[in-house]
Design a binder for this molecule. Structure first.
Ligand code: R7I
Ligand code: MG
Ligand code: MG
Ligand code: MG
Length: 347
């Protein structure tokens, strides 16, 4: 296991916060080539110690991630009813954090039914189909950290915690894919380069059995959805970075609010950022990852949050620019939360 575990805990959760805070102002936007220059300057300004400005607010992504961390820290055994209560309490305390437009119904029902069956409200979403939004994936980061040496427990806790709000298979498996991606990145030494092709192969090996178990009627020739998407992004990465355009990435991988159109994109951003990207001027791979994610537009806070969690889990806290971090709301709390999560691990 890696040497700098505590630094990786911090890198991952702080990375998640930074993607959320810095991506927040651009959520839902379509980004033009002129906007790309504005985003470059925005990141340059954040790194300039003489720049003073109001902090960038975090959104629901971080609000819910904090609850997942607290759930792991406070209880020796996973208590999913406790997690449901943390989500609901946090939502009613600060409802205006940009939550998904349907997940609020789950919080209300949970409260009104006094948590009688914590999975029923989520099962009732979208006429019984369940949400396939990226809300399960965006908050998952503490789980692959806490269970980094307990793979099966990691998957089980990731699944059960996601199901409180998301019961559609695409929503659940998207959260599991994000969990696996963070876990894989965490296990790569921070001073070692990422083997991009190997990283994709690892993801396919792990997500395929999970997906196959879900889709029993799948015929032999068709591939499972997330595996298919990983092959697509792998193909795009193999083009040797000559003709990749943002439009192509958005069209083939996505930049939307569904898990299917955002988790693979976050993984793509992390992998693509291992090499220089035209128009993104920085030598810092962490910055390149989240700046690129925001440049793609769409669900910027969430895609940058997920990409930042993966990059931070690989690179650790040292790789993150502290001047930029200081512009993010409650950053000290997230550093403290990472350390508490690290200390809460059994052994
Ligand atoms: O998934 P969720 O928590 O939303 C997270 C997103 C992130 O971008 C946050 O930053 C925040 O802005 O919201 O919340 P949900 O309400 O469950 O899902 C989000 C949206 O995905 C819904 O409001 C729908 O627009 C869409 N969606 C679906 N649409 C049709 N059918 C999710 N599931 C379905 C579906 O089954
Ligand atoms: Mg958000
Ligand atoms: Mg929103
Ligand atoms: Mg979002």
């Amino acid at each position: 296991s890696p040497q700098n575990i505590q630094s990786k805990f911090r890198g991952c959760l702080v990375g998640s916060l930074m993607g959320d805070c810095l991506g927040g102002p651009y959520e839902g936007d379509e980004i033009s080539s002129g906007d790309r220059i504005i985003i470059q300057r925005y990141f340059d300004k954040m790194e300039d110690a003489s720049f003073k400005g109001p902090f960038k607010k975090y959104t629901d992504d971080t609000a819910m991630m904090k609850s997942v961390a607290k759930f792991l820290i406070d209880k020796p055994e996973p208590d999913f009813k406790y997690l449901a209560k943390l989500f609901v309490t946090e939502f009613f305390k600060e409802p205006r954090r940009g939550y998904g437009s349907n997940v609020m119904d789950v919080f209300e029902k949970l409260r009104n039914t006094k948590y009688e069956d914590i999975y029923r409200p989520s099962n009732e979403q979208f006429n019984g189909l369940g949400s396939y939004g990226n809300g399960g994936a965006m908050r998952i980061a503490p789980i692959p950290l806490y269970f980094y040496d307990k793979y099966e427990n990691m998957l089980n806790v990731a699944r059960e915690s996601t199901k409180i709000t998301h019961s559609n298979l695409l929503g659940i498996n998207g959260a599991l894919l994000q969990c696996i991606a963070i876990h894989q990145a965490f296990l790569i030494e921070s001073d070692k380069p990422v083997d991009v092709d190997g990283f994709c192969k690892g993801l396919v090996e792990k997500i395929r059995p999970i997906e196959l178990a879900c889709y029993e009627d799948l015929n032999d020739k068709s591939e499972t959805p997330y595996c298919e998407k990983i092959f697509t992004l792998q193909d795009m990465l193999r083009k040797k970075y000559t003709d990749d355009s943002d439009e192509e990435v958005i069209c083939n991988i996505g930049n939307g609010i569904s898990a299917y159109e955002s988790v693979p994109t976050a993984i793509y951003c992390f992998l693509r950022a291992q090499n220089p990207i035209p128009g993104i001027e920085t030598n810092n791979i962490f910055r390149r990852t989240i700046q690129y994610a925001i440049t793609l537009g769409g669900d910027t806070d969430t895609i940058a949050c997920m990409a930042g969690a993966i990059a931070g889990a690989h690179l650790g806290y040292e790789a993150i620019d502290k001047t930029t971090l200081q512009h993010c709301e409650k950053y000290e709390d997230i550093v403290g939360l990472s350390d508490s999560l690290f200390k809460a691990r059994p052994n």
